[in-house]
Design a protein around this ligand. Structure first.
Ligand code: Q9C
Ligand code: ZN
Length: 667
């Protein structure tokens, strides 16, 4: 399995700049790269990455996405006078040229292609190319929006051609619409293009009708172009996460990409003069993490925009650190998306429901007609007015993300120690005294108190929870003889010794623990038989029609569990799989991978002894940070599972705002 993170950077790409006065183009400065790379160095991240060289793209590479005429025209720019360069740029719009920009543009493509090569050959698992000029506005015969050639489009076509990659997901989180990417792939069903962008009902640049949510792709590509327009400025982490949970991730999993290309523009971060959004740099760590469970972890990030020289380097560091596998920072105080964001989410879900099974249950928008929109939109009710308040906005510097000395500790019964990778730290047997056990577990009987295996597993749980709390260990895996009792003990111990909230995710039918401490423990239980009416509003049973319904389970994880968990913001996660829950190993490791984005990855997994060695090994690998296995082509989820999840969402969405998916104009 591939490991390592590539970083591609070359100072040469800082050697072009705007040579005349142009208020629109003046933000695209060489310092963007300089400060980003310097921040990575200062954080000690450059030496942890695999440094890869850039190369010059060949004509053949460029012609993958551009016309000969356009290439030949750009080829002349190094020999132009200042005046000729100015004149050359005029017809394109919001772009400038420089005698060295053609050279840099070739390096930007070459950097992208070297990254694709490294990821596709398994030299690295993932990586990022820090490049200038950016690419996503560039079209077949057009420069546009600071972009000369379309780096990500060329990278995608190159991967398809050279490596025979079939399905590529392009995620464009830059705050501008990558219309160049849309045009390039809108008829291609093998490339799913997702973009969110500042739109303001077409009042924001590039002011295109086709940037709206109803551009879904054309011909065979219908359904494979997803636009999420932001119609207000001031969008924040709630809005970004909601779009991932309720739009991008469900579709992305259903699409099942073999490679993820990321148009990583950071003008969607707080403080950016273009985006005027409010999401802090930490959010990019989470967005990155959420994408790392797709395509077996094959992720190529390529810099696009980002013009605030403080939030840009911070966001780049968050992204790189996540690619490297460091624990993702906690996001506290999440609430719900804004009204305007919800309207966009609802619109894109309803217009795409005919293409994607994950949206099948979405109620069609009442009175929905693709070409008469915006009528019901409120005026200025939420969000900021454009240009307002974001000028001198400040935010706290992201906290350091220090990985604990040990990533993964395991406590396994004798004979099974070799079933997990070497790098797992073995927990030496810790025996609990019967007195200590009885203190935390009222319902132990005499037999239990004499049961050495049980007392040992309780001791192991206690020592692992303590080590995680002290940040000596990041996560752990325990195989226990009595799952229910050990789990109950783990919860008791965690609640007593931690001041923080605990999230328990339980797969199985029996109620695992009496939830007593309201507020400090949230229990999300996946079960296949009707559970008893929960005694606490923090006990959330999710009925699945059997655990074999992988698409249904995944839907519940993405659209229910993750929003709940992010809203709850636990300091520790306990995950337990009852024996014979029948959960497939791929779905199970998707769960354990995704949950590591919470609680700074502090997680303890408990499994009943007797589980298959393959499951144990894969679980340990997931805790060590190996990408989850891809789930393959998902069939349709069972309607019963979807109904159950939808019902729960409706019930809980007032309390847990990240569950919301609808604007106000629906019941
Ligand atoms: N204020 C990239 O981020 N100017 N390009 C827009 C509206 C063009 C942005 C003017 C912005 C281009 C890669
Ligand atoms: Zn941009």
């Amino acid at each position: 399995m591939a490991s390592g993170t590539a970083l591609i950077y070359d100072e040469e790409m800082t050697r072009y700049k705007l040579l005349w006065v142009d208020p629109i183009c003046k933000i695209e400065v060489p310092e963007r790269l300089v400060v980003s790379y310097a921040a990575l160095q200062k954080a000690g991240l450059t030496q942890r990455c695999v440094a890869l060289p850039v190369r010059e793209a060949t004509d053949e590479d460029i012609l993958l996405a551009h016309s000969t005429e356009y290439l030949e025209a750009v080829k002349k720019t190094p020999y132009m006078t200042l005046e000729e360069l100015m004149t050359f740029a005029v017809p394109y719009g919001d772009v400038y040229f420089h005698p060295n920009i053609y050279h840099c543009a070739k390096l930007a493509i070459g950097a992208t292609l070297n990254l694709v090569d490294a990821v596709m050959t398994g030299k690295v698992r993932n990586g990022i190319a820090l490049v200038r000029p950016p690419g996503h506005h560039s079209q077949r015969s057009t420069a546009n929006g600071f972009c000369i050639f379309n780096n990500v489009a060329i990278g995608t076509l190159y991967a398809k051609k050279k490596y025979n990659v079939r399905r590529v997901l392009i995620v464009d989180w830059d705050i501008h619409h990558g219309q160049g990417l849309q045009y390039c792939f809108e008829e291609d069903p093998d490339v799913l293009y997702f973009s969110w962008h500042r739109y303001e009902h077409q009042k924001f640049w590039p002011n295109l009708r086709e940037s709206d949510y109803d551009s879904v792709g054309k011909g065979r590509g219908a359904g494979f172009n997803i636009n999420l327009p932001w119609n207000k400025v001031g969008m924040d982490s709630n809005d970004y996460l909601s779009v991932f949970f309720h739009v991008l991730l469900p579709v992305a999993y259903e699409f099942n990409p073999e490679l993820v290309m990321l148009s990583a523009g950071f003008d969607s971060a707080i403080g950016d003069p273009e985006g005027e959004m409010c999401a802090t740099p930490e959010i990019f760590g989470h967005l990155t993490h959420l994408l790392m469970s797709l395509a077996g972890g094959r992720l190529c990030a390529v810099l696009e925009g980002g013009y605030n020289l403080t939030s840009l380097p911070q966001s780049v560091c968050q992204t790189v650190q996540t690619l490297l596998g460091d624990p993702v920072s906690r996001i506290s105080g999440l609430s719900s998306p804004s009204k305007s964001a919800l309207e966009s989410i609802q619109s894109v879900r309803s217009v795409h429901q005919q293409y994607w099974a994950c949206f099948k249950h979405v109620a069609a928008k009442p009175g929905y007609e693709p070409h008469t929109k915006h009528s019901k939109l409120e005026a200025g009710q939420d969000g900021l007015q454009p240009g307002e308040e974001t000028k001198e906005i400040s935010w706290p510097e992201p906290l350091l993300r220090l990985p604990p000395p040990t990533r993964t500790a395991v406590a396994l019964p004798a004979g099974l120690e070799d079933s997990v990778p070497e790098s797992c730290k073995r927990v030496t047997e810790t025996l609990l005294t019967p007195e200590e056990a009885a203190e935390k577990l009222g319902n132990l009987n005499i037999q239990d108190l004499k049961n050495k295996d049980l007392l040992q597993s309780l001791g192991n749980v206690q020592s692992l929870v303590d080590k995680i709390e002290k940040k000596q260990v990041r996560n752990g895996l325990l195989l226990v003889p009595d799952l229910r009792k050990t789990l109950a003990f783990a919860v008791q111990h965690a609640l007593i010794s931690l001041t923080d909230r605990v999230l328990l995710v339980f797969l199985g039918n029996e109620a695992p623990v009496e939830v007593r401490v309201d507020g400090k423990l949230m229990l999300v239980q996946f079960c296949s038989t009707e559970p008893h009416e929960p005694k606490s509003k923090h006990h959330i049973p999710v009925m699945m029609k059997g655990f074999g319904d992988v698409p249904g389970f995944l839907h519940a994880v993405l659209t229910l569990l993750l929003p709940l968990a992010y809203g709850y913001d636990p300091g520790l996660i306990l995950v337990a799989m009852g024996k014979g829950s029948g959960m497939g190993v791929a779905a199970w490791t998707q769960l354990t991978s995704l949950l590591q984005g919470l609680a700074e990855g502090q997680m303890l997994v408990l499994m009943q002894q007797g589980d298959e060695e393959e499951t144990i090994r894969t679980t340990a690998a997931s805790l060590l940070g190996e990408p989850a296995q891809s789930l393959g082509t998902l069939g349709d989820p069972l309607p019963e599972s979807m109904d159950a999840v939808e019902k729960l969402r409706l019930k809980l969405e007032t309390q847990w705002g990240l569950l919301q998916t609808r604007g106000q104009n629906l019941p």
